[in-house]
Design a protein around this ligand. Structure first.
Ligand SMILES: NC(=O)c1ccc[n+]([C@@H]2O[C@H](COP(=O)([O-])OP(=O)(O)OC[C@H]3O[C@@H](n4cnc5c(N)ncnc54)[C@H](OP(=O)(O)O)[C@@H]3O)[C@@H](O)[C@H]2O)c1
Length: 281
């Protein structure tokens, strides 16, 4: 019997699962559609009820896949979507959100993120987020790809401290946030969402990772995920387009890494020695 999926809390105290499902590159071809919907639904059945998408993915096509996957079970799901920076003016954000709601076939997005910093002033985006929240179209808002200087700017703006999450690149090869962004957000009770937690598959043939995986009868992908979820306040959102990968990712949740494993990992993928510019994919 698998353990139920652990949760972490948003600043509002609402629990969210520490393992969710990504959707980048879903919805790009009619051929993949059936498997993608089946994978997301298999994830929901296993308790991976947080689904991350964005208006950018397949130009809205990924949001349509999500709509199909959550049909008839919307209330079980915590949907995260994102506004592109080029749309993130005060009026543009509201319009983008309404387009996303239509594609998602829902009346609310649970967490709406600014995908990355662009030229529209942040203050206007925040006003739109506040209006969308007041109107019930989004339940929480947050940011993505925000480094410490973006975060300081955000915190100084009216309403900026209502931010519910920062979604950033975090995996064994991209540990820079451990120096500043991660401790800062944990200290402020704002969860980090770790995107590309298996580095889009590029770290899976690493020898050290394979060695740790072998001792647990697990795969390198599972070790990378268990590692990303090892500390409180981090939500990992791997993307898997087959039910088999989804089941493997769900099993990674129940894998506990030992101090010895973590030491071997630190040796192969050293933690940052000082400030490191935030990396973006
Ligand atoms: N905010 C941002 O700027 C940003 C940027 C990047 C990503 N994201 C979000 O984060 C999500 C995850 O990141 P990502 O898609 O870039 O990369 P990722 O989750 O690190 O890697 C996805 C790749 O790993 C494979 N995979 C998944 N589970 C596996 C397993 N158990 N064993 C072996 N391979 C496995 C997938 O294959 P299959 O598809 O064949 O299963 C896919 O090729 C995205 O989908 C998106 O929702 C956000």
């Amino acid at each position: 019997m698998p353990q139920s999926v652990r949760t972490t809390e948003l600043p509002s105290d609402e629990p969210v699962p520490v393992l969710g499902q990504g959707t980048w590159h879903m919805g790009e071809s009619a051929r993949g559609r059936k498997n993608e919907v089946a994978a997301l639904r298999a994830g929901l059945d296993l308790g991976l009820t947080l689904i991350d998408t964005a208006e950018m993915y397949a130009n809205g096509g990924a949001e349509e896949i999500v709509a199909e996957a959550v049909a008839g079970r919307r209330d079980e799901v915590f949907i995260v979507s994102k506004v592109l920076p080029e749309n993130a003016t005060e009026r543009g954000t509201v319009a983008a959100c309404e387009r996303s709601l239509k594609r998602l076939k829902t009346d609310r997005i649970d967490l709406y993120l600014l995908h990355w910093r662009g030229s529209p002033p942040l203050a206007g985006t925040l006003k739109a987020f506040a209006a969308l929240k007041r109107d019930g179209k989004i339940r929480h808002w947050g940011v993505s790809n925000f480094d410490m200087s973006d975060t300081e700017e955000l915190w100084a703006l009216p309403g900026g401290r209502d931010c519910a999450s920062n979604q950033v690149l975090y995996n064994l090869r991209r540990r820079g946030i451990e120096h500043d962004v991660l401790p800062w957000y944990r200290q402020h009770g704002v969860p980090i969402m770790a995107y590309s937690p298996v580095e889009q598959g590029r770290l899976l043939d690493h020898r050290a990772l394979a060695g740790v995986a072998k001792t647990h009868d697990a795969t390198p992908a599972q070790v990378a995920l268990a590692w990303a979820m090892r500390q409180d306040g981090v939500i990992a959102i791997p993307k898997a387009s087959s039910p088999d990968h989804v089941r493997a990712n769900r099993a990674a949740h129940d894998l506990t890494l030992t101090a010895e494993d973590l030491a071997a990992i630190d040796q192969a993928f050293p933690p940052p020695k000082g400030p490191t510019p935030l990396e973006i994919l």
